[in-house]
Design a protein around this ligand. Sequence first.
Ligand code: ADP
Length: 455
Amino acid sequence: TEQTYDVVVIGGGGAGLTAAVEARQSGANVVLLEKMSSVGGNTLVSGGGLNVPGTKQQEQNQVKDSVELFIEDTLKGGDNENNKELVSIMANNALPTANWLINDIKVEFMKDRLQQFGGHSVPRALIAKDNHGTDLIQKLQAKAEELGVVFKMETRANELITDESNKVVGVKASNAAGQELTFHANKGVIVATGGFGSNVEMRKKYNPEYDESYMTTDVPGTTGDGIVMAESIGAETLQMNYIQTYPTCNPETGIISYVANSRFDGAVLLNQEGKRFVEEMERRDVISRGIMNQSGSYAYLIWGQEVEEVGHMTEVHKQELESMVKDGVFYQADSIEELAKHFNIETDAMKAALTKYNEDVRAGKDSDFNRRGTLRTIEKAPFYIQKVVPSVHHTMGGLKINTEAQVLAADGQVIEGLFAAGEVTGGIHGTNRLGGNAVTDVIVFGRVAGKNAAK
Ligand code: ADP
């Protein structure tokens, strides 16, 4: 069957839903193709954190921040291999985009919570209600439905259709019933299919280090389809070898641990020998590599009541906690000895490490690793411990786009009719994406792509 729309959006994660809403609001009729049976993608399973300089939350907490500082941190975090123009667009549009999410989409952010993710010099992340991406996705989906975006679920895009001038004019897809469908696009096609973290073969093709020995935090739908489809009509990719692992994931499932966000409130990382080995506020790649270099290639995250009462991670993420207990990777006790005994960690070494750390906290300086952020002691019961491993989390590389979210060919020319946004694109995060920058990127560029495709 054949159908015609102004704009065809491929992928219903954060970028695709945002693009669909914007394109529709710009007057286009829009169809969104999603290969899974529900929308959300990796955005849904994210922590719902979004870096935004200049918020009310920062003002209330007297945090001094600026667009320039946000750009500086992002470039430093990506070893300056980022596309600076794209970073500038992300940073400059973060605040208006957050206001759009709050006022137009009705997304709810925690009014009194700001988070400082690794690599950022100040706390600048707004955190969505319930600390995950559910509210964000549900509200974007509701808005898209209200505006009349047509959703085609369990519909997988297989191929981009081009005309004789290589302009993209539609998409070939197939649905769960095995039907072949053709979607013609009068104005544009937006690729928002996410990254390729769930595609082990593709990971190995671009970076053999990230083979089957790593699990992934990703949802199963992120298999790099959009990259492959666009490449086959001449699109340029870049930085495909930059694959990020998230350092603190469940060693049994590979799923990202949000309970482990206690790290940002002051939890410490120890190895099996009971010793610290890395600054806990370091970049994800540095911590991941640090963990991989410890015996067994895992680590333990440890905290006490002083840290727990800041963010209440074990309560906020109760469901995750229950599954970690079931998996045997989490334990709570009233003494450090009990924690150590439970996981066979060298008790004296662990106690010594924590005693030293507590002294440093009181002195106001971490003498071993110069930890950033607010330092908090670990001496009040109950104490918490969880075993963690790095797991593939984000693929920084992808399609090359310009500042208008148009996809570029190898010769630098724009491929007419083709737009891309979100994790499927490459270059904005350089070698390493900082925490809370994915959602900002995805929403900012989803809007750019939606508006431009509707023109
Ligand atoms: P982003 O954060 O960039 O929006 P997400 O991972 O949140 O990326 O969302 C990507 C979405 O695209 C997922 O819901 C995934 O199932 C969907 N998707 C991936 N490949 C295809 C495809 N070939 N056709 C339709 N949908 C796809």
